[in-house]
Design a protein around this ligand. Structure first.
Ligand code: UN1
Length: 477
């Protein structure tokens, strides 16, 4: 089998490789991918550092052309890359193709942004002096991405990093190197100069740790677990490094008595269970007022009966497998914890077997949960959600905000008054009215508050905040 290698200083390299396994069919090896060493990582950092002076001064048209070419190629290959994504991560083929299209759109967006780089010219408070405010590239950026969005998250970090003139050392999640390798190959062929984008696949404890220990990374943008995020933060203070962290969520979806029941059920089922619940934007706390509670639970249970859990590539699959054995164990452990804590298992909770050996788990719904239970406080990151019954809107809002996280917060209601109040008072970076908490646009800011995020927003124009540093220049006229 060919080894998909790391790209360091413009050369494909690496003989050590690990198998990329399909979670829908653990007999299938998706490919062999290089596993980089600490020395590879140091070489990649050195290459990015050497490439920075020239790339930081590259023309905006050159950046535009490369980003546009990448976006176009990803779109042209959406079915093939979507299938690769579905095979390595386990989300369904339509979800995977959708994510691939999103990655293409992100490259197209930042191709445009490259042409719109601008500063400000303002008068000085002193006579005969002019002031210019410009944004300059930050330097070498470390990009560390999670397994749950194998193409969109790398795209939304790589595209702005390049657009604003930075060079990159990129470490994708070990479980899903395939889409990352494909993006890097596409950008490399699109004409990026050697060393501007370096790919080091491999273990967090080796590649990731070497990145954290390096004094040469000016910034690290990270999406992943709270624990690893904290380690990125601590190491970055030591190295005086800018950071952008996207970590967990325990996103609430409030359902009020006056909600349109089918809108509420669609939004809740989508955000709790699609992509196998493996989204930091997933709704895992369904906070439902008394008057609609029983009807909502009955309708959700009916809806869950219609969702097929099966091989990600099979037509008609609504929910693919859990990503791997470790995550499956976390999910089933939390299901046991929920039962012990006294929540009622209203649907699911069982492993299922299909034609191919994979990590198949039923969508799982608890009722009679309280907001104090561990299943309501800790991120599970699987197809597990719980219904918390509340008296009224005021209690629903208080429970929604009573969490260490603050990424996305949703409400299903037909009341303008409650929707408006919720938008203003939800303690979250993103608020969704009559929509799933997950599934965001690619051209507007993404990020949260409290334990969910740290640093400035990702995506859209707001990405410039992290990927650039501001300069104020004064000139005597
Ligand atoms: C989405 O819900 O569309 O890791 C995106 C995650 C997020 C991305 C969610 N950073 O789940």
């Amino acid at each position: 089998m060919t080894i998909y290698q790391n790209l360091i200083a413009g050369e494909w390299t690496g003989a050590e490789a690990v198998e990329n396994i399909n979670p829908s069919d653990t007999k299938e090896v998706v490919g062999l991918y290089a596993s980089g060493s600490a020395a590879d990582t140091r070489n990649a950092i050195a290459a990015a550092k050497a490439a920075f002076p020239a790339w930081s001064r590259s023309g905006i048209w050159e950046r535009h052309v490369i980003l546009k070419k990448a976006g176009d190629e990803i779109m042209a290959r959406k079915d093939e890359l979507g299938a690769l994504l579905a095979r390595e991560e386990g989300k369904t083929l339509p979800e995977a193709i959708g994510e691939t299209i999103r990655a293409s759109q992100i490259f197209e967006f930042f191709a445009g942004e490259a042409l719109r780089l601008a500063g400000e010219v303002v008068p000085s408070v002193r006579p005969n002096i002019g002031v210019e405010i410009t944004r300059e590239p930050l330097g070498v950026i470390g990009i560390i991405t999670p397994w749950n969005f194998p193409i969109a998250i790398p795209a939304w970090k790589i595209a702005p990093a390049l657009c604003y003139g930075n060079t990159i050392v990129f470490k994708p999640a070990e479980l899903v190197p395939g889409c990352s390798w494909a993006i890097v190959d596409i950008l490399n062929r699109a004409g990026l100069p050697k060393g501007v984008l370096n790919l080091v696949m491999g273990k967090g404890s080796i590649v990731g740790q070497t990145m954290l220990d390096s004094p040469d990374l000016a910034g690290i943008t990270f999406t992943g677990s709270v624990g690893t995020g904290k380690r990125v933060a601590v190491s970055s203070i030591e190295h005086h490094r800018k950071i952008q962290l996207e970590m967990g969520g325990k996103n609430p979806m409030v359902v009020l008595d006056d909600a349109d029941l089918s809108v509420a059920v669609e939004a809740a089922a989508n955000s709790a269970f699609f992509s196998t619940g493996q989204r930091c934007t997933a709704s895992s706390r369904l906070i439902v007022t008394e008057g609609i509670h029983d009807r909502f639970v009955a309708a959700m249970t009916e809806k869950l009966k219609t969702l097929n859990v099966d091989h990600a590539l099979k037509t008609g699959t609504h929910i693919g497998p859990v990503v791997d054995e470790r995550q499956l164990k976390t999910d089933t452990d939390y299901i046991e914890i929920g039962k012990k804590e006294g929540a009622k298992l209203a649907f699911g909770g069982e492993l299922i077997s299909r034609d191919t050996p994979g990590f198949y788990l039923q969508p799982t719904l608890f009722t009679e949960a309280t907001n104090q239970m561990r299943i309501s406080r800790e991120e599970i990151f699987g197809p597990v959600a719980s219904v918390i019954r509340v008296k009224d809107y005021e209690e629903a809002l208080a429970v929604a905000n009573d969490t260490p996280f603050g990424l996305s917060s949703g409400i299903a209601t037909t009341s303008l008054k409650h929707a408006t109040h919720f938008k203003r008072n939800a303690e979250a970076g993103m608020v969704m009215v009559n929509l799933p908490t997950a599934g965001v646009d690619f051209h507007v800011p993404f990020g949260g508050r409290k334990g969910s995020s740290y640093g400035s927003r990702e995506q859209g124009k707001y990405a410039a905040e992290f990927f650039t540093t501001v300069k104020t220049a004064y000139t005597l006229a």
